[in-house]
Design a protein around this ligand. Structure first.
Ligand code: ZN
Ligand code: ZN
Length: 376
């Protein structure tokens, strides 16, 4: 995936101000939001929506914008990750106050030297068999770190604030000059007085002990797409733990587990039912009212059906996650031998055997012990 020109994607001039870029981004993101489109158009909109997000990620970050201006690419934002930047989208859509973490993001993009990101989290979502087939809205809850409201995620007690570290003058790094064989070498390392943050907290917030965040249970609504299967992992960008002191949030990974169905087995997009039939129905044929996931259907079992025969309802399986259409519902027949015969049933079977010239064991004692001896 080649990196597209972010100016072109957002439709702004090369010298656009940050404000103009933000406006263009909001307009384009709204226009291409996948929820605002139906069917095929939604797919195209989603692709464009991601391109818009990626473009904004570059142009809203002075460092990356500068890199693009000079080199024609940013050399980062791995192409394997089309979802990077979604966290930023949610932040700008919902704003700080509407963010799931109750606000307190201290603005600014994600810069390498900026605040520390929060942790990625993982949770498991158990969905019903039919929810996985037809899609559903589900709720996941997770213990996560949220912004501390008392200090607005700064970590500083009300009225106080972080102060510039005197050890490094706010740089977060201290440089040392030493003489070596090759001449003067300058090495820099993180300032120990402020752990490289450049700022120190003289008076930390009591609630969060200066962390700027606290642990809480949060729940999110997840769209389970029709056709998800056991083991699918959904990634909710920016829904992980918030970072300390206003750092951006990590991601939340939701691992999907699908509960079993009493009748149907899932094989990719196909469903399989091992249907047991009595020998009479298999031999003489029958029309059954058959309960598919979509409702009642007529299942025609023709005369002379045998174990292993498969009947198929086309398109009554699981929707394809990518693309259109559904798999099939396969019904594999297992013919059951009649057991625990009544006297009358015994008599009828013997009559049948006689009619078809089939030799069968005589009734009476000794038969069971004879059969057993054959297996010794
Ligand atoms: Zn606090
Ligand atoms: Zn320092």
């Amino acid at each position: 995936m080649a990196e597209r020109d972010p100016y072109e994607v957002l439709g702004v001039a090369r010298d656009a101000s940050p404000d103009e870029i933000k406006k263009a981004y909001r307009r384009s993101a709204r226009e291409h939001h996948p929820d605002a489109h139906q069917g095929e158009a939604a797919g195209a909109a989603e692709a464009e929506f991601k391109a818009v997000a990626a473009a904004y990620e570059v142009l809203s970050d002075p460092e990356r914008r500068d890199r693009f201006d000079r080199f024609g690419h940013t050399g980062s934002a791995g192409p394997g990750d089309p979802f990077s930047g979604f966290g930023d989208i949610f932040e700008s859509f919902f704003g700080s106050s509407g963010s799931p973490f109750g606000g307190g993001f201290s603005g600014g993009g994600r810069r390498r030297s900026g605040p520390v990101s929060g942790e990625d989290l993982e949770t498991v979502l158990e969905v019903g068999f039919e929810e996985a087939v037809f899609g559903a809205e589900a709720e996941v809850s997770v213990r996560t770190a949220v912004a501390c409201l008392d200090c607005e995620a700064t970590g500083a007690a009300p009225g106080s604030g972080p102060e510039t570290c005197t050890g490094c003058g706010g740089a977060g790094q201290v440089q040392r000059v030493r003489q070596s064989l090759l001449g003067q070498m300058v090495t820099s390392s993180a300032c120990t007085a402020c752990s490289g943050r450049g700022q120190v907290m003289k008076d930390p917030c009591q609630t969060c002990k200066g962390e700027g965040r606290s642990v809480e249970e949060r729940s999110f609504t997840v769209q389970v797409r029709a056709g998800v299967d056991e083991g699918t992992t959904l990634r909710l960008s920016g829904r992980g733990a918030v970072g300390p002191r206003g750092g951006p949030a990590g991601d939340l990974y939701v691992r999907v587990r699908v509960s079993a169905h009493p009748v149907f087995e899932r094989h990719g997009v196909d469903l399989l039912h091992r249907l047991h039939l009595p020998v009479t129905q298999a031999s003489l044929g029958v029309i059954l009212d058959y309960e598919t996931l979509d409702g009642l259907e007529e299942l025609v079992i023709p005369r002379g059906t045998s174990t292993g025969d498969v009947f198929r309802f086309r398109g009554s399986g699981v929707p394809h996650l990518q693309g259109r259409g559904r798999g099939d519902l396969l019904i594999e027949v297992h013919v059951d031998t009649p057991v625990e015969l009544s006297e009358e049933a015994d008599r009828l079977l013997r009559a049948l055997a006689e009619e078809r010239d089939e030799v069968v064991a005589e009734p009476g004692e000794g038969l069971i012990s004879k059969i057993r001896s054959a297996f010794r």
